[in-house]
Design a binder for this molecule. Structure first.
Ligand SMILES: *Cc1c(COP(=O)(O)O)cnc(C)c1O
Length: 378
């Protein structure tokens, strides 16, 4: 997905992603690079290439289609890696590509299991899969009471090869929710043990970034790291903020200033006249709006941007392709200058978590949405 024909420039620093991967790998065991949703808006193929250079040998993507796109790229680039699909097959046409593109699907329902088994029998070809367990997220996966039937069905379908077992933590980013995290860990142990006792030597993985950084006890043979790769911490703003130390943001968003002009005291600006100048001001009109995924929800929320090396407040409603900033105190601002909405250098840099705070969301969504704009790699 991409937004075109705007003035936005998303700059991605692949060296930051590589450095963040190395930091996660210090946890000891294998780190699966989670690059679903176009690598959280950072670019599926570019990020996969960068991670492969750091020795990442397994990628987690969303849909089977995204996996197929990644496989085509990896083959062209001569990169040999495992690809797992976190969504798994949804439609009938999602099954054949699992074999064709060597994608290890999450299999979390009997419906998926039966379809994979049928197709494997017809093709006469085995398929490695990851058995997905629901240990508390209540989204996708087999639950504990499914185990007897699951083991029966696997026994009857020898071409379905469970090589992994996976589950996903729901509250690992919340230091006050340790009990729930540990309970998920306990349930996962039970289910993995049952699989192993039935003879399936699965590579187990449970931890996401928060689990990798905070819960050594929940590390299994591999971990699935996402948000940290992009330089944001799931613990930002919590008592465990220090666990994200050393992560380097990889995404920067900037756009052009279109106009600079005075706004007299008492006058309002933008739709609805929601902002009234309290003094004679100078405003910069910036080429950023909700059509560029710079949300209208940022209006009147105290959002800031960087102009002329200073932090300035955004004022008035965010429009479709424009918004305004108060540049009264910034000398020499001119049309054609840059306004930085995310990132920037030094202590003034706007972090994804800060922007997410004004926006009323989390860094993950900031990356996914802003990442839909044109990207350049620096
Ligand atoms: C997105 C996702 C992850 C990665 O989570 P982060 O918090 O970004 O590390 C891991 N596992 C599954 C199943 C996911 O969907």
């Amino acid at each position: 997905m991409s937004i075109q024909y705007n003035k936005f420039e998303i700059r991605i620093r692949l060296s930051a992603i590589r450095s963040n991967y190395r930091l996660l790998k210090n946890s000891g065991s294998r780190v699966i690079g989670v690059i679903k949703a176009d690598a959280y808006g950072h670019g599926l193929c570019e990020v996969a290439g960068a991670l492969a250079q750091e020795g990442c040998d397994t990628f987690a993507i969303g849909s089977v289609e995204e996996g197929a796109a990644l496989r085509r790229h990896l083959r062209q680039a001569g990169i040999n890696a495992r690809i797992m699909s976190l969504l798994g097959p949804v439609d009938p046409e999602d099954y054949a590509p699992l074999w064709e593109h060597e994608i290890i699907p999450f299999i979390g329902s009997f419906r998926q299991l039966e379809t994979v088994a049928g197709q494997a029998a017809r093709l006469g070809r085995a398929l490695p899969v990851s058995i997905k367990f629901d240990t508390g997220m209540a989204r996708l996966g087999f639950v504990e009471t499914d185990l007897p039937r699951l083991l029966d069905r696997l026994h009857e379908a020898p071409l379905v090869r469970p090589v992994m077992a996976s589950s996903h933590l729901a509250t690992a980013d919340d230091p006050s929710a340790m009990d729930f995290v540990m309970e998920q860990g306990r349930r996962f142990e039970i289910m993995v043990t049952a699989l192993r006792q039935a003879g399936y030597q699965v590579e187990a993985n449970l931890a996401n970034t928060a689990g990798i950084l905070a819960h050594q006890k929940l590390h299994h043979q591999s971990q699935r790291g996402g948000i940290a790769l992009y330089g944001a911490s799931p613990f930002a703003g919590t008592a465990w903020e220090h666990l994200g130390k050393g992560l380097v943001p990889a995404m920067e968003a900037r756009t052009k200033i279109v106009s600079v002009h005075p706004l007299k005291k008492g006058h309002t600006i933008s739709y609805g006249g929601t902002y009234t100048a309290q003094r004679d001001m100078t405003v910069a009109i910036v080429a950023a709006g909700y059509a560029d995924a710079y949300s209208r929800g940022l209006s009147g929320r105290g959002a800031q941007m960087l102009i002329g090396g200073r932090r300035v407040p955004q004022v008035g409603r965010v429009c479709m392709q424009l918004c305004a900033a108060d540049v009264t105190d910034v000398p020499d601002v001119r049309p054609g200058d840059w306004a930085t909405l995310l990132g920037g250098s030094g202590a003034l840099a706007i972090t994804a978590d800060e922007l997410a705070g004004w926006w009323g969301t989390i860094s993950y969504e900031v990356f996914c949405l802003l990442g839909m704009n044109r990207r350049i790699y620096i």
